[in-house]
Design a protein around this ligand. Structure first.
Ligand SMILES: [Zn+2]
Length: 119
């Protein structure tokens, strides 16, 4: 609960996309979450997140492992870099650096595809 409140606060602190990236009309982030079980990675889930100019410019995605603390995926720098170069699409991957009881190193990761439309 406290974690959620903190997250809401962070989201509001980030400001709106219309303020931070005035030239951006919308952003679509497609993510595939992977989880490591033993040696092999398996797909945990896929999700698409839509951002509009009225959305908060907060691109920190949470790690889906319950045991994971301080984990997650920060897509903000990738998006800021794209906006700076007016790039419309980019792909990448991130590994969760969070820790938790019984979680192996690199317990979870994501691949992402970002698409930005400009006004
Ligand atoms: Zn994690």
């Amino acid at each position: 609960m406290e974690k959620k409140l903190k997250l809401n606060q962070k989201r509001m602190d980030a400001g709106l996309i219309s303020e931070k990236f005035p030239k951006v009309d919308n952003i679509v982030i497609q993510m595939t979450y992977y989880q490591k079980n033993g040696g092999a990675s398996s797909v945990l889930m896929e999700r698409t997140v839509n951002y509009f100019s009225t959305s908060y410019a907060f691109f920190q995605m949470q790690c889906m492992c319950k045991e994971c603390t301080n984990g997650g995926y920060e897509l903000g720098p990738a998006i800021a870099g794209m906006v700076k170069r007016k790039k419309t699409s980019a792909k990448g991957d991130l590994v969760c650096t969070g820790r938790g009881e019984g979680l192996p190193k690199g317990h979870a990761s994501v691949t992402y595809e970002i698409a930005i439309q400009y006004t």
